[in-house]
Structures are given as structure tokens and as C-alpha cells.
Design a protein around this ligand. Structure first.
Ligand code: NAD
Length: 480
């Protein structure tokens, strides 16, 4: 059985303690490879390698950093099919989606920040005729990057690319549930000639490897994407150590549909924003709020389209809904469906585990599920489920929709459907979240700030700003 290796100091290495964890393919429910069960000793080796490599990498001219990162992006494009297959097997998502979204965007992340190395600049301020101030921005040192399982290579590269482009060296940990594409990525880094020690990847469990990265005094900046509970835990260690922290956390995103919306587009895109990647995208809209005159018509059309979604083997081109990432996560999602019923909800379609025939018979599949009749303040409407479960509710007034939309502890994204331009601007400005999509969903321009407010995170960055996070600024003031 294939053994995934850590990548430390440019070498593929077994974990120091020699222990491994099972890596399960969630669409067949069977172990298909082994993951290093690394610990603090492996993190220590990685930090030492990253520290040694820092001087060389941080002082490399930007065009040289650009060249090696751009080569890595080209290699991702070259191996897109193999990476998509690996991601689909590791995570359960349809292979078609893995290629068009995760792998395509992983390449885009690396390419964008490769050019960032060339374009990054600092500011100068003339203080009248008396003085001039300029800012020096230097890479902060070894960066710790920790990523989740839902968009494995996409989010892994989203964490490491701005750090590397800014001149930091990196110790990274992908999710233990989906380590394969990060492993394959390190092979591409080696092939592209990334100098040894610049990127170090340590595989293993969050409380062991992740915590050792957070705890390590040689890592002054942490960029984390994952759940809000883990994010809060990280702050309790990293906060008192005064580390720089960027936290991209969970969401409970509203999707608000006014009666004047383009109906067909609103229904079709809401199906995508609810169920793409089995609903395991932090930006999925899980609470659909519909203006009363449209409510019955929307519910009917939405349920009909949900029933058409093909659930099945992620390797089939026609599959729209693959497997959930793990048995534990499937059970969590099913327990929320149970909770929705106990809270008085009506399940209009879905609600059950699916047994897919053939090789996927033991996979972790759940039907896309539509629930109505729940109050805005119940747990089903307040807590992140992170699966193919969506609630639908009517509203009468704009203020009521806004109150429901803003009425959770999260603030990641929102989607808004209306043909009234003024209303679109007015509501967008009042939604308490990091991103609002108007009449669309999931469009992404890497120059824009990304992230959430409230329980969805801190340290929103985008474009070259994300590189700034990995630097420390020094102002120089010269009296004229
Ligand atoms: P998670 O918090 O369980 O794990 C995320 C990563 O943190 C994993 O690599 C895990 O091993 C590691 N980890 C766990 N405990 C740790 C600890 N004590 N110290 C350091 N690292 C630790 O999250 P998950 O289940 O992998 O991912 C799903 C969550 O991620 C959802 O809440 C989702 O909304 C969120 N997410 C947010 C965004 C965003 O951009 N805001 C994007 C994707 C996913």
C-alpha cells in the first residue's frame, strides 16, 4: 500500500516515530494509502530546515522567486488529470469538479502569487516639505500554514503561495483526511527546483502536528483555514505568543432571493451554491431566504431540481454529488438532519444515507436535503452543518431578510438575487460578511480581499495584501 511521505529539507522522509495512519477513500469506505502520523519531532526538523533556507530564499531576487513558482504552476497544469483523480479519491468529490475547481484554482493561486513576487511593493509618504517616510517590508521568517479537507490542494496552495512569494519559508500541514494532493504537489516542487527547505510539509493529526506548528517559537506567523472551534483554540496558544494570525473559518451563509430576481438563474445557481462539493464549501449558501410572493414557486422548482442531481461514483463524469469526506462527517450531517426534524422542520426531499450500487456500495453518500418550516434561531439554522443540507424560509420585508441573514454568529459570505440595482447596493452594504455575490456565486478575483467577519475569521486579505501578512513593516523617516 502506498505510503505518503513528509517533505522536509527537500527530501521525502518517513515520520521520525515510524507511525502511520489509515487514509480512507470515502467513496468506497476502504483504506487505500497510509499517512505519516508525525509529531513534534518531525515539526522540529521542518522548522530547522525552513530556518536554514530562509536567508537564501528571502534574499533571492523577485524574478528568481517568480520563475520557480511559475514552473510549479505549469507542472500543476501538466498533471491536472492525475491531481484531479487523486483529489477525487481522497476527498469524495466528483472528479470533474476536482479538475475544474480545485486543481484549476490551485494552479491559479500559485501563478497569481508568482507574479506577486514581481509586483509587491511598499509605500512612501511625503510629510509636506519636512520629511519623507518610506516603508521597508521584510518577510517575517518561517510561516506556519494549516489547511482543511474540503478543497484540499486549492486551499493548501492558497495558504502557502503568498507566504513563499513574500520570501517566507514554510512549514505546512494539510488535513489528515485529504493528504494526497499536497504530497503529489511536493513532488512537483522538487521537480521545479524549489530550493530545499523552502517548503516543508509535515503530515499528521491536528492536535499533534498542527498544535506543534502553532506552539513552535520559531514560527512567528500562522495562516490557518478550518473550523471556528479549532481557530479559537489556536488563538489561545498563538495569541499569548504574539504571533501574527490569519484565520479563515466557518460560515452559515444566507442566500436571499427577491421576487424580482431572474427566476431560472436564481434556481439553477442556488442548486450549485447549496450542493456543489456535497455542500462542503465554506461559501455554500445553507439558508435560502425567499420573498413571500415567490416562495411557493421557488420551493417547487428548487425541490424538483434537487431531485435531478445525480448521486454516485465520483469517477463518473455524470455525477454531481459524490461522497462526504469521512464516515464521522457523514454521521454528523445525518445527525443534523435528525435535529432538523426534531426542531419541527419538514424534509421536502433527501434526508437519508444513499447506498450507491457497485464499487461504491460502502461509500459515505448522503442525499441532497431540503428542509422547510424552521425558525431562524433554531440550531439547524445557526450551526454550520457543512454538508448537502439547506433550509428554505419565506420573508415579507427587506429588513426581515437582513435580520435573518445577519442573525448568526458567522459572517463569511452572502448571495443576493434581485434585478433592483439600488436594492442590491443597499443590502450589500448592510450584510455583515466578507463577500456578497449579487446574481451569481463563487466568482473569485484573487486581487480582492477574502475572508469573513465575526465567527468566520480575522485577518482578511487578498491580492498583494495577503503577501503583506507574511511581512513585517519598518518605517524609515528622513528629515529633509
Ligand atoms: P478543522 O478545524 O477540523 O481542521 C483544519 C485543519 O486544522 C486540519 O489540518 C486539522 O488537522 C488542523 N487542526 C486540528 N486541530 C488543530 C490544532 N489543535 N492545532 C492546529 N491545527 C489543528 O476543519 P476541517 O474540518 O478540516 O474543515 C472544515 C472547516 O473549515 C469548516 O468549518 C469550513 O467552513 C472551514 N473552511 C473555511 C474556509 C474559509 O475560507 N473561511 C475555507 C474552507 C473551509
Amino acid at each position: 500500500m502506498e505510503k505518503i511521505a513528509n517533505y522536509i529539507d527537500g527530501q521525502f522522509r518517513a515520520p521520525v516515530a515510524g507511525k502511520y495512519l489509515d487514509n480512507i477513500n470515502p467513496s468506497i469506505g476502504e483504506v487505500y494509502s497510509l499517512i505519516p502520523d508525525s509529531d513534534g519531532d518531525d515539526v522540529q526538523l521542518a522548522v530547522e530546515a525552513a530556518t536554514r533556507a530562509f536567508e537564501g530564499w528571502s534574499s533571492l531576487l523577485p524574478d528568481k522567486r517568480f520563475a520557480v513558482l511559475a514552473r510549479i504552476a505549469d507542472l500543476i497544469d501538466r498533471d491536472a488529470d492525475a491531481l484531479a483523480l487523486a483529489e477525487s479519491i481522497d476527498q469524495g468529490k466528483p472528479v470533474k469538479l476536482a479538475k475544474s475547481m480545485d486543481i484549476f484554482r490551485a494552479g491559479a493561486n500559485i501563478r497569481f502569487y508568482a507574479t506577486g513576487a514581481m509586483h509587491f511593493s511598499a509605500e512612501a509618504h511625503a510629510t509636506g516639505v519636512e520629511a519623507v517616510n518610506y516603508t521597508l517590508r521584510s518577510p517575517v521568517g518561517v510561516a506556519g500554514c494549516i489547511s482543511p479537507w474540503n478543497l484540499p490542494l486549492y486551499l493548501f496552495t492558497w495558504k502557502i503561495a503568498p507566504a513563499l512569494a513574500a520570501g517566507c519559508t514554510v512549514v505546512a500541514k494539510p488535513s489528515e483526511l485529504t493528504p494526497m494532493t499536497a504530497y503529489l504537489f511536493t513532488k512537483l516542487c522538487q521537480e521545479a527546483g524549489l530550493p530545499q527547505g523552502v517548503l516543508n510539509v509535515v503530515h499528521g493529526l491536528g492536535p499533534k502536528v498542527g498544535q506543534a506548528i502553532i506552539d513552535h517559537p520559531g514560527i512567528p506567523a500562522i495562516s490557518f483555514t478550518g473550523g471556528t472551534v479549532t481557530g479559537k483554540k489556536i488563538t489561545t496558544t498563538a495569541g499569548p505568543m504574539l504571533k501574527k494570525l490569519s484565520l479563515e473559518l466557518g460560515g452559515k451563509n444566507p442566500n436571499i432571493i427577491f421576487a424580482d430576481a431572474d427566476f431560472d438563474q436564481a434556481v439553477a445557481t442556488s442548486i450549485s451554491s447549496s450542493f456543489t462539493n456535497q455542500g462542503e464549501i465554506c461559501l455554500c449558501g445553507s439558508r435560502i431566504l425567499i420573498e413571500r410572493p415567490l416562495y411557493e414557486k421557488f420551493v417547487k422548482a428548487f425541490v424538483a431540481k434537487t431531485k435531478e442531481l445525480v448521486i454516485g461514483d465520483p469517477l463518473n463524469e455524470a455525477t454531481r454529488i459524490g461522497a462526504l469526506v469521512s464516515e464521522a462527517h457523514m454521521n454528523k450531517v445525518l445527525s443534523y438532519i435528525d435535529l432538523a426534524t426534531k426542531e419541527g422542520g419538514t424534509i421536502l426531499t433527501g434526508g437519508k444515507r444513499v447506498t450507491v450500487s457497485g464499487r461504491c456500495a460502502k461509500g459515505f453518500f448522503v442525499e441532497p436535503t431540503v428542509v422547510t418550516g424552521l425558525p431562524a434561531n433554531c440550531r439547524t439554522n445557526q450551526e454550520e452543518i457543512f454538508g448537502p443540507v439547506v433550509t428554505l424560509a419565506p420573508f415579507d420585508r427587506e429588513e426581515e431578510a437582513l435580520a435573518m441573514a445577519n442573525g448568526t454568529s458567522y459572517g463569511l459570505s452572502a448571495t443576493l438575487w434581485t434585478s433592483d440595482l439600488t436594492r442590491a447596493h443597499r443590502i450589500s452594504s448592510q450584510l455583515k460578511c466578507g463577500i456578497v455575490w449579487v446574481n451569481c456565486w463563487l466568482y473569485r478575483d484573487l486581487r480582492t480581499p477574502f475572508g469573513g467577519t465575526k465567527g468566520s475569521g480575522v485577518g482578511r486579505e487578498g491580492g498583494w495584501e495577503a503577501m503583506r501578512f507574511f511581512t513585517e513593516a519598518k518605517n524609515v523617516c528622513i528629515r529633509l
